[in-house]
Write a protein that binds this ligand. Structure first.
Ligand code: ADP
Ligand code: NI
Length: 217
């Protein structure tokens, strides 16, 4: 099978599988990450098929929508790729990437490294930043019916994987628990540059948020 055909089939699979997904983790998130990964990859030495397949499959079954079970995503990605009967090395590499890309509170050890993972991880992280990142955060929060902000609930920077999944904290806390930490965790030069810009935008946003109202009740 030609690479283009593999990509086309994967796009179809993603569209079908994520038809009812939450708005911050739907096919448009996948689309943005896919395009951003392509952009970052232009200045990196990577296998483009791996990068594109990963970008397309990385959130095929996000653990937070499966009671924290992070084995469903890699398994689904693997099963799909095996059904295409492509080279097993590609299948194994993509499966490992899907397993290792997620932030999960940021306090766990990453077991696997590859240049392709660096690119796709940056692309995924960039989609959590800036104007889109802000939109996704409030969308997810609304989906969970959580508060926008509560000055009495302080951000928790020492969460393990389970606590991170279970956290019921307000949306603003997520900026401190994840979004503002990402800038210093970028892997690639292009990723760092874009992250810097989006990070500054979020800091300005937070300043404006606090300035609009004194938060006492
Ligand atoms: P990762 O796959 O890196 O673990 P997530 O899927 O947890 O990332 O997060 C993706 C996006 O979903 C976040 O950038 C944020 O916009 C939203 N999100 C996830 N968890 C929360 C949360 N607890 N509160 C608010 N938004 C969240
Ligand atoms: Ni993602």
């Amino acid at each position: 099978m030609e690479n283009q055909e593999i990509i086309d089939k994967t796009v179809e699979f993603v569209k079908e599988t994520l038809a009812d997904a939450e708005g911050g983790h739907d096919r448009w998130h996948i689309y943005r990450v896919w395009k951003t990964a392509n952009h970052i990859a232009q200045t990196e030495h990577v296998d483009m098929l791996i990068v594109e397949l990963w970008a397309l499959l990385h959130d095929i079954a996000d653990a937070k929508f499966y009671d924290g079970d992070d084995t469903v995503g890699p398994r689904k990605a693997k099963e799909f790729l095996e059904s295409l009967k492509i080279n097993q090395n590609i299948v194994d590499h993509v499966e490992k990437i899907v397993k290792n890309v997620s932030f999960k509170g940021g306090n766990h050890q990453q077991e696997f490294k590859s240049d392709e993972l660096d690119v796709v991880q940056d692309a995924d992280r960039l989609d959590a930043l800036g104007a889109i990142g802000i939109a996704r955060t409030f969308h997810y929060n609304g989906h969970k019916n959580r508060e926008i902000y509560n000055p009495n609930i302080k951000p928790n920077l020492n969460m393990n994987k389970e606590e991170y999944y279970k956290s019921e904290a307000p949306a603003i806390n997520h900026f401190y628990e994840k979004l503002l930490l990402l800038k210093d965790r970028m892997n690639t030069k292009t990723g760092k540059e874009i992250a810097e810009k989006r990070h500054n935008y979020m800091e300005n946003y937070l300043e404006e948020f606090y300035n609009e109202r004194e938060w006492k009740m």
